[in-house]
Design a binder for this molecule. Sequence first.
Ligand code: NAD
Length: 329
Amino acid sequence: MIGVGAFGRNHARVYQQLAQEGEAVRLAGVVDSDLPRADVVAKEFGCRSFGSIQQLTTTHSEIQAASIAVPTIQHLEVSSALMEAGIDVLIEKPVAASLAEAEELIAMAQRLGRIAQVGHLERFNPAVRATVPLVTQPMFFEVHRLSVFSPRSLDVDVVLDLMIHDLDVVLSFVNAPVKEIRAVGLPILSGKVDIANVRMEFDSGCVANFTASRVSTERVRKLRFFQPRQYISLDYSRQDVLAFSIGGEGEASGMPSVNPQIKVSKPPVTAEEPLHAELKAFLASVRRRSKPLVSLEDGRRALAVALDIVAAIREHGKKVKLDRLGAMG
Ligand SMILES: NC(=O)c1ccc[n+]([C@@H]2O[C@H](COP(=O)([O-])OP(=O)(O)OC[C@H]3O[C@@H](n4cnc5c(N)ncnc54)[C@H](O)[C@@H]3O)[C@@H](O)[C@H]2O)c1
């Protein structure tokens, strides 16, 4: 595990948990340029600590796979060192700091024949996995990801920090190019955009509205969408899905419905920590040499849209003269 700050510690915890559950994995060590930090996490999860990747790879030539949760700006450098050393990688989201860097990673993984997955963990949320088979022709999305303020990840704006999770999920559901983006965003408590609203139109005619905030008084993580004769509501936090269908087969669920024509169904969802499912899937891809569910190309696609949104927010800020008030981060 490379980088055991706020989020990387969770990877170390889950790898250790997977080993305890009998998964064929062993957490060999944690690496952090802040060695005392690595020491604390290594002690907690019963593995060795290292201050650099080189130290790890010279001591442990058997390492086959690594998760990377260093700051995004370092993803390329750290991932390159690992891939060059013959190690498969799971790179936290956003995949890289720029599209050029993301493309470099794609080319490098191809050249070296490495498995590389991106940490868009909501794709492994059991509620999202239960929704995938229900997606037919989504035409309208309403997505909310609101969280209370905490002094973490303030070096990036809310689009790259939080909204990118939903962008990746919606892009995987819609499967059509993005045609137009309109966006507004404001810094509230940090120097970067803390709250953003986006209206996105796809070539398929689908429209998606996204709201992301890290200055909310409540915690909401919901994705709702409409498609012909169907409305689907997904709650990421509660890990549940409700599907309202008009006519057709629909699953009888015994749930109350306001209109007898509307069938309400609740697809079965088995609760699981998304990170647990994500790391298990990564290990399976490494073993089978199969393309990960969330590939580098998916990471690049979500990053490209996120950067377009950031540009649209800046453009809008200029138009309404928010930049002159020093309010655009
Ligand atoms: N998937 C998610 O939901 C999610 C949530 C939070 C963060 N993240 C991502 O995880 C990454 C890390 O975020 P964080 O909040 O944990 O950051 P953090 O600053 O808390 O932790 C980063 C750690 O990396 C270490 N580090 C820096 N450069 C290093 C290097 N070259 N080699 C080894 N260690 C190095 C730092 O000392 C620090 O301990 C970011 O890319 C972030 O976007 C993902």
